[in-house]
Design a protein around this ligand. Structure first.
Ligand SMILES: C[S@@+](CC[C@H](N)C(=O)[O-])C[C@H]1O[C@@H](n2cnc3c(N)ncnc32)[C@H](O)[C@@H]1O
Length: 431
């Protein structure tokens, strides 16, 4: 409550030591600047800065909004990461961005601050005052503030989940690549019971749990609703290979090795990548971040013995399985190396499927230096994808197609596949 605290603080004046003032307000309707707040509790710590050069420093220069403070706010747009944006007025009148989980755009909610970062706040919506029409009862009883941190969008109707993800993709492309994209996130059933790999935390007595959001606290989970009934659990198959079949091709995968988690993902991604690249017999293909050779196997079939496929994978075990999975093709080689090392050519077509951090400039430049005619970029983070698409644009590659799949329903995650094709060299974007 800036008025009360600020007045007291100013009167006390001259303070060189740190002082903490707490204001707790629960009465309805208090005017703070232009904003009317209702029924909230604000706990504000005010720190007095020492005088500098004879000039008094406003006590609010270092005011802090504390963890557990509560505000009633309007929720604005969705933001990347499974939360929405709201703005809170600070004691000095400035507005501070809060990233709010468990909320939806257009809602009025009561939030509780869960994190105070240098330039923004984290918060949970703990009470919905004006619900969005897209709000639903979460299927999972553990999907609530302070509950399991695994799913961000259980409270959102499925079509709206996909619309939120499409909005995030569009925002990332606009912000990081300067591109207007109008993408539809395609539904991929099942939307519950889809996760074929689970990483539970073992608890005493054979029980198991999952972590709270951004916390080490474990929530006991009896039945995770996004886990497939036969989901493999980390630890119980460590190292032992599992056989996976995709469109008639079989793959051996280490029990704890990478494999796409949605049961439809391998087929869907292979079909999408192969349709985008349309590899021709005799072409040379590169499969970068190849895992156990999922895309390599289909590329090898398409380019035939007159062509060649090189799969590059950094994980030793995955690369060994890639060699095993590709051994029926004499014209396919599995290389174990970090893609950044740049030993990757030549290639007419390229599949690029990096981890969440994306490929980054150096890898993009080493690919474009090979002048492939087309690159299919499979991405689980639209921000990393948009950033890298801008690097491709710098080297004369344009995004000619973009598809997005809801391969992680109930969470904020989304999988994109972008096709980059060589065009005339582009002038560099302004810095
Ligand atoms: C998203 S997975 C894709 C795997 C494969 N394309 C698939 O769909 O099954 C990313 C893969 O990149 C590998 N990886 C991560 N960083 C790497 C690097 N710097 N160089 C090479 N491989 C890397 C990981 O081990 C993982 O297998």
């Amino acid at each position: 409550m800036p008025g009360a605290c600020g007045g007291g603080a100013a009167d006390a004046g001259l303070a060189k030591e740190k002082t903490t003032a707490r204001a707790v307000r629960t009465k309805p309707t208090t005017r703070v600047g232009e904003e009317t707040r209702m029924d909230y509790t604000v706990v504000t710590r005010v720190t007095f800065a020492p005088h500098s050069g004879g000039q008094r420093v406003s006590p609010y220069d270092r005011a802090v909004i504390e963890i557990d403070a509560e505000y009633d706010v309007e929720i604005e747009r969705v933001a990347h990461g499974g939360h929405c944006v709201a703005r809170i007025q600070e004691p000095d009148g400035r507005k501070r961005v809060a990233f709010v989980r468990h909320a939806l755009p257009g809602e009025r909610v009561r939030i509780r601050i869960t994190g105070v970062e240098k330039s923004f706040l984290r918060a949970d919506a703990i009470d919905v005052l004006t619900p969005s029409p897209d709000r639903v009862e979460p299927p999972c009883p553990l999907a609530h503030p302070d509950g399991c941190g695994g799913c961000d969008f259980q409270h959102v109707a499925l079509p709206a989940q996909r619309a939120l993800k499409a909005a995030v993709i569009a925002e990332q492309f606009s912000r990081l690549a300067g591109l207007d994209v109008d993408v539809v996130v395609e539904e991929v059933p099942p939307t519950l019971r889809w996760r074929t790999r689970m990483q539970y935390v073992p608890l005493p007595g054979g029980r198991r749990g999952l972590r709270k959001h951004r916390s080490h606290t474990i929530i006991e989970v009896d039945d995770c609703l996004i886990a497939a009934p036969d989901a493999r659990e980390s630890g119980d198959l460590r190292g032992a290979p599992v056989t996976e079949t995709v469109l008639g091709h079989t793959f051996q995968v280490a029990g704890d090795g990478f494999w796409q988690v949605h049961p439809e993902a391998p087929r869907l991604l292979v079909e999408t990548v192969m349709a985008m690249l349309a590899p021709k017999p005799g072409e040379r293909a590169l499969d970068l971040y190849a895992g156990v050779g999922l895309f390599s196997s289909f590329l090898a079939e398409a380019v035939g013995p007159r062509g060649h496929v090189t799969s590059v994978e950094g994980d030793r075990s995955a690369s060994r399985w890639a060699a095993e999975n590709l051994k029926r093709f004499d014209h396919a080689t599995a290389t174990c190396a970090p893609v950044e090392r740049g030993v990757i050519g030549p290639g007419d077509v390229v599949v690029l499927d990096p981890p969440r951090v994306g490929a980054k400039r150096r890898v993009v430049e080493s690919i474009t230096a090979l002048e492939p005619r087309a690159v299919a970029y499979v991405a689980c983070d639209p921000a990393a994808l948009a950033r890298d698409v801008a690097y491709f644009a710098d080297a004369g590659y344009a995004m000619s197609e973009l598809r997005a799949f809801d391969l992680f329903p109930m969470t904020h995650h989304v999988e994109c596949v972008a096709l980059l094709v060589r065009t005339e060299p582009q002038p560099s974007r302004p810095a």
